[in-house]
Structure formats: structure tokens, C-alpha cells
Design a protein around this ligand. Structure first.
Ligand code: PNS
Length: 165
């Protein structure tokens, strides 16, 4: 029987509890979900790909059908190579939609067999983003409610080392 594989892509710089919520929900919809950290050419990352992957692995260890990977290339190419049937993205607000809609259409053009599926964010995560975590962390604020507990201290340490106030 064919295995339904989905890709859950993002910068994940770093992974937040909002991302864990989305990938956990996707893991109930597909046989296998690959949570993929990628390069967003519009952003400068604070964490290295290795650090992001390590955080993501530790934060998603509780989901047996979720794998974590890094790919520096086109999402549509990766999805095709893995035989994925879907790309899963979380949507927080209408403001996310325009860019996500264009990306979905571009990905569909390159990989027509791969559908983009949008999951609506859980209401309590509407405000949450990796940027908010870095901003609050860089001023010494408490990011405890925003990132998975198992990686919180490591994230705080690296933000402190890398961000000047
Ligand atoms: O978390 P982000 O930054 O919103 O994730 C965006 C990401 C990394 C998924 C997107 O920039 C991406 O797909 N990058 C890989 C390059 C690619 O395939 N671009 C085509 C989309 S038009």
C-alpha cells in the first residue's frame, strides 16, 4: 500500500510551539510527515541548519511518524524526490495568505502532483512566530510559553550569545 507522505516546510529559526502544533496535527492526517527546514532567501537566520534540525528533532520526538531534514534547494523538487502528496503550511492570519498563496501556485507549477494544504493556526498561537521569540529573547524576556520546554534553555543561550541589545 502507498504511504502518504507530507512535507511541512519552514525556516524554523527556531521551532516554536505553534510549529509543533501544526506538525502534530499533520502527523494525524498523513502516514509520514517530513518537517523540513529550508533556506528562505528573504530572511537571515540566527541559528545554523544543524542547530535548527537538532531543536526540531528534540521538539518532535514524541511524534513517531515525523522526520526532520534540511534541504537547501527548491521545496517542489524535494517534495517530488520524496514522493510526497502534500505540502502542509500553517496559516496564522490573512496577512500570511498572499505570500503563501503565491508560493503554493509556484510549487504546484513545478510539482503538479503535490497539493498544498493549509492548516489554520490554533487560536492561542496567532501571535506567535520565530521572530517574536528572537525579539523577546534578545531583550532577556521569558520565552518559556513560546518554545518547546526541552529546547528552551539552549535557545536562550544561543540568543544571548548572538543578539546584542
Ligand atoms: O518559515 P518560512 O520562512 O515562511 O518558510 C518559507 C520557506 C522556507 C518554506 C520558503 O521560503 C521556501 O520554500 N524556500 C525554499 C525555496 C523554494 O522552493 N522557493 C519557492 C517558493 S516560491
Amino acid at each position: 500500500m502507498a504511504v502518504a507522505v507530507a512535507i511541512c516546510p519552514g525556516s524554523f529559526d527556531p521551532i516554536t510551539i505553534g510549529h509543533v502544533d501544526i506538525v502534530g496535527r499533520a502527523s494525524k492526517m498523513f502516514d509520514k510527515v517530513i518537517m523540513l527546514t529550508m533556506v528562505n532567501r528573504k530572511k537571515v537566520s540566527l541559528f545554523t541548519p544543524e542547530e535548527r534540525v537538532d531543536f526540531m528533532r528534540r521538539a518532535t520526538a514524541k511524534f513517531p511518524n515525523v522526520e526532520v531534514d534540511f534541504f537547501d534547494g527548491l521545496l517542489a523538487d524535494y517534495a517530488k524526490e520524496k514522493g510526497a502528496i502534500a505540502i502542509v503550511k500553517g496559516l496564522r492570519a490573512l496577512s500570511d495568505f498572499d505570500d503563501e498563496f503565491k508560493q503554493a501556485l509556484a510549487n504546484k507549477k513545478i510539482a503538479p502532483g503535490v497539493e498544498t494544504v493549509f492548516l489554520v493556526t490554533s487560536a492561542e498561537h496567532m501571535f506567535l512566530s520565530s521572530s517574536v521569540v528572537k525579539e523577546i529573547g534578545s531583550f532577556g524576556g521569558d520565552i518559556g510559553g513560546f518554545v518547546p520546554p526541552e529546547i528552551k534553555e539552549d535557545i536562550i543561550k544561543l540568543i544571548r550569545e548572538r543578539c546584542t541589545q
